[in-house]
Design a binder for this molecule. Sequence first.
Ligand code: PEP
Length: 253
Amino acid sequence: MRKQIAAANWKMNLSVSEAETLLDQILATEHHLAANQEAIFAVPSIYISLAIQKLAGKNNVYVAAQNCYSKSNGAFTGEISAPMYASVGVKHIVLGHSERREYFGESDAFLAEKTDAVLAIGSTPIFCCGEPLSIREAGSQNSFVETQLKNSLFHLSEEQITKVVIAYEPIWAIGTGKTATSEQAQEIHAYIRSVMASKYGQSIADQISILYGGSVKAANAKEIFSQPDVDGGLVGGASLIATEFAAIINALK
Ligand code: PEP
């Protein structure tokens, strides 16, 4: 059975003491993870070791990186590689968030290289895709997202693709308070699964977790996650509030 995942994306927020407080607050909340469910915290790199220490021993709870470089090591000042993250205990790396694509010019081809780097060390890429508002308004979201998936993931083997988590995040819904309706989310998630099935077959496509991202909060998580092809969420703003994120974890199916 594919995993149901609540993934927090803290982005570039919080001081170290704020990060510690938030982790303590989350640990103090009532939240439950079944065997097929995971909570993942993509914290700023500088807080990864702290978060790993704080969350040690918690079943199905992981700390993720928000990005990595495509090369393993070398003269790439300021970058952090997938093997470096693995060496401190990171098992998941978010790739291709729309903010990285937009502000740092990350292309589909570069993201294909990063995906290879993450898989090469046995970690899980949380691969983000999603369309801007103009594409949604033109009704071209399916082909836009399909191209992102084909360009960055279709070179992977069957074994590799089952290790990838896909996060569909319509850019117009990220940090805007606008959420895709649960019908809109289901429609494009089903389409994404059909794209994966066309390349890898239905049984492999059925094993891939596809998360929704875009203004998920406690108040809408249950309805969005109840859709058959929505396997949880990648959550920005609401993941910075312990009670909100705990409720989002508890909304997993
Ligand atoms: C995100 O950063 O991936 C995201 C979905 O943000 P928000 O939940 O704030 O829209």
